[in-house]
Design a protein around this ligand. Structure first.
Ligand SMILES: CC(C)(COP(=O)(O)OP(=O)(O)OC[C@H]1O[C@@H](n2cnc3c(N)ncnc32)[C@H](O)[C@@H]1OP(=O)(O)O)[C@@H](O)C(=O)NCCC(=O)NCCS
Length: 272
């Protein structure tokens, strides 16, 4: 039994910090501390947890002992339009090993979206490693985010064990919460796959072996080669005005970003 809700109190926030360390293996200089979780939650961000209430000693609605996932976002402001607009930057999401691939990541993102829309916030952004096929699948294919910005070595050096010592290159996911495209993807009417309905002008492939290459000393050079090759392709495509519209996995588990003109996706809010 899983309960998804906002985290409450210092102990639940501390449980998020512990899950962060367990997930990324950060050294103390990289860890986001409990106080930052607290402040971001206080100033309009989100700390939403997934609680496995079957865990021994858990309260019926979960507690620090039963936290098995969280998503953290902080408030942001977009300037430049007629008026500044509030949005959320989702900084971290983690699901405990053993609870992954059961839909908890998806549930956390949906809870994030629901809570944001209830407050009138219509955009959530986050960065993700374009070499992480699973994350790209979740972000583009299952949630309907798009991407059109590439950051080279965004965080600088990272102690994250998931980074494999590579530069921290990131794509920016833009999740337009009430757009027709996101609604269609979430309702299953579209699936974030091109499915012959979109004109795809560029495909960028991430080999399934990337996970193995990133995690071993011997594979590191190959992983870096893929990163550098794909970096160039993303940068070229984005400079030509293309965006990541869809993402597919082939039978071998390779991930394929599909890029085309963003104008093909209906980005306007539902019903307008
Ligand atoms: C990213 C993360 C939070 C996702 O949580 P999760 O609960 O496993 O996610 P879900 O089960 O909702 O969705 C994952 C989807 O990816 C699919 N998937 C799993 N492995 C995959 C792979 N190698 N390639 C492509 N897709 C994959 C799953 O099958 C699932 O899709 P489905 O529901 O259609 O079957 C979790 O894997 C995690 O904590 N990873 C480490 C930290 C991290 O990378 N965080 C994100 C960046 S901040």
């Amino acid at each position: 039994m899983i309960v998804i809700r906002s985290c409450r109190g210092q102990d639940e926030l501390e449980a998020c910090v512990q899950l962060q360390v367990e997930t990324w293996g950060y050294d103390p200089t990289d860890v986001i501390p409990r106080k930052a979780f607290l402040v971001w939650q206080k100033v309009g961000g989100q700390v939403i947890g997934a609680f496995a209430t079957e865990v021994a000693g858990s309260a019926p609605h979960g507690g620090p002992e039963s936290l098995v996932g969280f998503v953290l976002s902080l408030p942001g402001i977009k300037a430049g339009g007629r008026e500044p607009r509030a949005y959320l930057h989702s900084h971290m999401m983690a699901v405990k090993e053993g609870y992954r691939n059961c839909g908890l990541g998806m549930q956390l993102k949906l809870a994030q979206r629901k809570e944001a829309l209830e407050r009138g916030i219509r955009l959530i952004e986050w960065t993700f490693d374009p070499l992480e096929i699973k994350n790209a699948f979740l972000n583009i294919r299952k949630l309907g985010a798009i991407a059109r910005s590439y950051f080279v070595d965004f965080y600088g050096v990272s102690s994250s064990r998931l980074q494999g010592g590579l530069p921290t290159d990131r794509l920016l996911a833009e999740w337009r919460l009430d757009s027709a495209h996101v609604s269609a993807v979430l309702s299953g009417r579209a699936n974030g796959e091109s499915a012959n309905t979109l004109e795809i002008e560029e495909r960028i492939v991430v080999p399934a072996a990337i996970y193995e290459w990133k995690s071993t000393e011997a594979g590191r050079e190959q992983a870096l080669e893929v990163q550098l090759r794909n970096r160039e392709k993303f940068q070229r495509a984005f400079s030509q005005g293309l965006a990541v519209l869809a993402f597919v996995r082939d039978a071998q588990g390779n991930g394929i970003f599909e890029l085309g003109q963003l104008s093909q996706l209906e980005q306007s809010p539902q019903g307008t």
